[in-house]
Design a protein around this ligand. Structure first.
Ligand SMILES: [Cu+2]
Length: 122
């Protein structure tokens, strides 16, 4: 009975040690997780949508509008506190706009009238 107990204890200990050591010395180190995506970016995509459709930021924060290979622009619905429009045909560029005042700021792309988005400033 004593012998059996000892043996069980050894097996348990060996298992614990193996468990602790698994992965130690393995060839491929686990890469760190990728950084989270920037929190205040709206992408005007080649799929003809703004992503995200609604972005919430704090007053005073900047939002970066990024444009890819298909030209887009950003025209805000006229209202107090709305930042300047991003007119023209924007490709492969990023443009920042600061939202100083609380509110809900809708915008659209004049090249693609189906593209709509909103920045909510809290
Ligand atoms: Cu567009």
């Amino acid at each position: 009975m004593f012998k059996l107990k000892t043996r069980l204890g050894f097996v348990t200990l060996a298992g614990a040690l193996l468990g602790c050591g698994s992965g130690y010395g393995s060839t491929a180190p686990v890469p760190p997780p990728p950084p989270p995506p920037p929190g205040h970016t709206v992408s005007a995509t080649d799929a003809i949508v703004f992503t995200p459709t609604t972005l919430t930021v704090a007053a005073g924060q900047a939002v970066t509008f990024t444009f890819g290979s298909i030209a887009h622009n950003v025209f805000f619905t006229a209202q107090a506190g709305a930042p300047a429009d991003i007119g023209g045909n924007n490709t492969n560029v990023s443009v920042d706009r600061v939202f100083a005042a609380q509110g809900s700021y809708a915008y659209t792309c004049h090249i693609h009238p189906s593209m709509h988005g909103t920045v909510v400033v809290q």
